[in-house]
Each structure stands twice: as structure tokens, then as C-alpha cells.
Design a protein around this ligand. Structure first.
Ligand code: FE
Length: 333
């Protein structure tokens, strides 16, 4: 009997040892593509020896997969874009809070979930782009003013089905209430020069091609196109500088409810909010670091400084359903 006890004890130790070994690994489900995340993960592995496995897919199937896998999930972390999507993950009950003074110190509270279930990692502004041939920046003021008669037949927009526009609309509702927001959106729809586009680059290309004069896009798409076409006669404008500021959204990460390696995952997230990772992660996609102590790249800084909307981005999630209904009523397809 005694011998058997010893064997069991030895076996338990082996198993514990095995667990400790497995903790030197973190698994990430990511809706961001390989080239945007791999250099960051490689840097972490190089520094710590911790291996990071990841799979990439669209955010909806990833969230469904985490939910379906339940307690057996291999995902420690969900990495995705837009507070609207991260809020969805929260609603599905697939995340758990990370309590971390490191994250709290690195990332301002408006770019984190108040539940601590996710944190922003990089920021992007959703702002106005305009034709430098046909628009003087002095003619532009606010998102709201794009509903004015002046822009009739001159505006390009992306589809209302994209979460980016739902989040923008959600923050308009938070600011103005539903009635006024619906008027603004109806004004935008009235001013469209053509059908909505399926992506932001198409909006920028349409401005370039003379199909419209102004549009609303995420800053990194402008950065991408501008890199390919430095002579592009399109620029970014920072609206609402006299009031609430430019709509800012984020990419972010959350710890899954049944993460197999919660401690190792927490350490990775803490590291990702620190200086080295913030620089790398933001610069790859021409985004702004979410950690305000870290400067953006020269390319991004060249767009000029702006006042961001100080609204807590999780409100984009809280008002998402309302925003979708309102956009539909206003005729934004
Ligand atoms: Fe995007």
C-alpha cells in the first residue's frame, strides 16, 4: 500500500510538473491577421521563452467557437477589433476579468471595460477624409455637419453593417440622443453620392476617383493607401475639435472564462500594454498606442494632433443594438 502511495505521489508530481510546463504557452484566438500579431508574439517569446499559439478567423466564428468549446477551450485570450465586438464577447459570457495594476496604469480607463474583461491595445480614429482638389479643410467642421445641404451628392460611406459605423452611431446617440442622431444619419444618407461601400479603402478610392468629395474612414486605412500612393489627393480632417473630439475606437484583448493558462495569459496582456509591445503593435498597422506614454510612429504623427472624444468606448457596445435599429430606420444600408 505504501509503495502504491509513493507511486501515486510521484505520478501527481509528474502531472504538476506537466502543468507547469504547459503554462509556458499561451493560446490566442485572433480576428487580427497573422502579419499584424506575429511580430509582437515573436518578440514576447524571444524575451520570455513563453510560446504563443494562435489561430485567426473572423470575430463572430471565434466567439462562437469559444462559447461552444466551453470549459474545454484551448483559447486563453480573444484578440479582436472594436469595442462593439469586445462588448459582444462580454455579453456572451466568454470572458473573465483580469485584475492588474499594470494594465490599469498603462491603459486609460475609457479604453478598457469597466468589468475588466477586456482592455484596448491600439487606437484608431474614425474620422473625415476629403478630396484636397475639391474641398478646403475650412469647409469641414463636424461629423454632424456632413448632414448639411452643402454636401448633397458629395458623401461616401461604408455599409451600416460594419461595426465601426455602428460604434460611431452609438456614440452619436450617447451625445445627442436618438431623435437628433436619426436626423443626422438621415442627412448623411440623403447626401450620399453613391451606394455604400463594403470597406473603408473603397471609400478613399472613391474620393480619389472623384465619385465623392468626403467620407468617413478609420485612420489606418488612410495610412495604408497613402503608403502605396504618396501623391493621393486625399487628406484626413479631425472633426469636432471645438466640442467632444474625434471618435476613437480600438483593438483589444480579453481573457477567456475557461482559459487553461490564466496566469501566463495575464502576463502576456500586461506585457502587451507596455512600451516595447505598444510601439510594435501600433506601428505595424499605423495605429495609435493605447498607452499614452508611448508615441505613435512618425507616419501616424504626421497626420497631426487632435482631441479625441473622451467617451468610454464600451458605450459603443452598450448602445450597439439601438444604433443598428436607428441606422436601419434612417435608411443607412
Ligand atoms: Fe479595419
Amino acid at each position: 500500500m505504501l509503495a502504491r502511495k509513493h507511486i501515486l505521489a510521484a505520478l501527481a508530481l509528474t502531472l504538476l510538473g506537466g502543468t507547469a510546463q504547459a503554462a509556458d504557452e499561451v493560446v490566442v484566438y485572433s480576428s487580427r491577421i497573422d502579419e499584424l500579431i506575429k511580430p509582437v508574439f515573436d518578440a514576447y517569446t524571444k524575451e520570455t521563452g513563453v510560446k504563443i499559439k494562435f489561430i485567426t478567423d473572423k470575430e463572430a466564428p471565434l466567439m462562437e467557437r469559444i462559447k461552444a468549446e466551453g470549459e474545454n477551450t484551448s483559447a486563453d485570450l480573444l484578440l479582436t477589433v472594436d469595442a462593439g465586438n469586445l462588448w459582444q464577447a462580454e455579453q456572451k459570457g466568454i470572458l473573465q476579468p483580469i485584475k492588474s495594476p499594470v494594465i490599469d496604469a498603462n491603459i486609460p480607463p475609457q479604453y478598457r471595460a469597466s468589468s475588466h474583461e477586456w482592455t484596448g491595445l491600439s487606437l484608431r480614429a474614425r474620422t473625415i477624409a476629403y478630396s484636397t482638389d475639391r474641398v478646403k479643410p475650412g469647409e469641414l467642421t463636424t461629423y454632424e455637419a456632413l448632414a448639411d445641404k452643402q454636401w448633397e451628392g458629395r458623401l461616401c460611406l461604408r455599409s451600416a453593417k460594419k461595426v465601426y459605423n455602428q460604434s460611431l452611431t452609438a456614440t452619436l446617440i450617447e451625445t445627442h440622443g436618438a431623435e437628433k442622431t436619426e436626423q443626422i444619419i438621415k442627412g448623411w444618407v440623403n447626401n450620399l453620392s453613391t451606394d455604400v461601400f463594403s470597406d473603408d479603402v473603397a471609400v478613399l478610392e472613391a474620393i480619389n476617383a472623384g465619385q465623392c468629395d468626403v467620407g468617413i474612414v478609420n485612420t489606418y486605412y488612410y495610412g495604408r493607401l497613402h503608403k502605396q500612393k504618396p501623391e493621393l489627393p486625399v487628406k484626413l480632417f479631425w472633426p469636432n475639435q471645438g466640442d467632444r473630439g474625434v471618435h476613437v475606437n480600438l483593438s483589444g484583448i480579453g481573457l477567456t472564462k475557461h482559459a487553461p493558462h490564466p496566469e501566463a495569459a495575464k502576463k502576456l496582456v500586461e506585457w502587451m500594454t507596455g512600451e516595447q509591445a505598444q510601439k510594435l503593435f501600433a506601428d505595424i498597422n499605423q495605429e495609435f498606442p493605447a498607452n499614452p506614454k508611448v508615441a505613435p510612429s512618425d507616419e501616424v504623427a504626421a497626420w497631426g494632433p487632435f482631441k479625441p472624444d473622451a467617451i468610454a468606448v464600451e458605450l459603443a457596445g452598450k448602445r450597439q443594438a439601438e444604433a443598428i435599429r436607428l441606422m436601419d430606420r434612417a435608411g443607412w444600408n
